[in-house]
Write a protein that binds this ligand. Sequence first.
Ligand SMILES: NC(=O)c1ccc[n+]([C@@H]2O[C@H](COP(=O)([O-])OP(=O)(O)OC[C@H]3O[C@@H](n4cnc5c(N)ncnc54)[C@H](O)[C@@H]3O)[C@@H](O)[C@H]2O)c1
Length: 256
Amino acid sequence: MAFEGKTVLITGGGSGMGRLAARNLAAAGKDVAIFDVNPEGLAETATGHTGIHHWVVDITDENAVHQAVKEVEEKLGPIDRLYNCAAIMPFGKILEHDAGVMKKMMEINYNGLIHITQAVLPGMVARGKGDFISFASMAGLLPTMLTGGYSATKAAVAMFTEILYHENINSGVRFACVCPPTTNTPLLNQGKETAWPKMLDQGTLLDPQDVLDAIDKGLEKGKFWIFPNRDSRIGYLMRRFAPGLIWKQVHQVEGF
Ligand SMILES: NC(=O)c1ccc[n+]([C@@H]2O[C@H](COP(=O)([O-])OP(=O)(O)OC[C@H]3O[C@@H](n4cnc5c(N)ncnc54)[C@H](O)[C@@H]3O)[C@@H](O)[C@H]2O)c1
């Protein structure tokens, strides 16, 4: 079934795929709430879209998340769809990567998801409907070097969301865990400014709209795992059935 709800919440709505989803949905007549730590990014997303409402929210702050979700529901009504987009992605070889940065990444990419889930999902479950979308990553399923800190957060997101889905399988809420490969958004600059694995230049750079379309199609078909293109589907199968081959290629391409 296509998305028929009215109110959407998007974390990380100040950039990239969250921004694109917000603008698409507002153009389709939905009421869209966006959360982000970046006020300029939020304002830019909302410019020219009366249906987009923004809140400066750091998703690592549990109380702030609960308060902002309450305000969204008071202003726009019950949340019908949630996109969990907010994340950061600095890279580095694990032994050389600042421990504080890796912990901060887990705090945002994973702990933030816990906060939003506990603020939004109970309402969906009580109403017996809603769409819950987590952004994991191929980086959380398919290992490569230099991405250890980030990949661990995305593996956590994938496992958390899979268990969440099964714990609420008869609730009427639809769940999707999307695993995009490298996608053309500003997030990539964080990787490029730190340590960029050559492996990430191997596949095709995906268009953000293709990821969002794959989510819609997947939800309509009742799919939980969403692999937005052929590369990601092949990568998933290789990880399952030939992990040794993946590591052989990673060492060859990275040169160590
Ligand atoms: N771009 C890719 O190649 C790619 C691939 C796979 C998965 N993903 C995932 O897709 C999602 C969207 O990524 P994107 O590429 O659009 O990224 P992006 O960098 O364009 O947007 C992420 C947004 O999250 C916000 N954010 C960061 N910390 C926050 C916090 N503590 N609280 C609230 N907001 C915060 C940022 O300010 C930014 O606006 C992310 O979860 C990312 O990990 C991206």
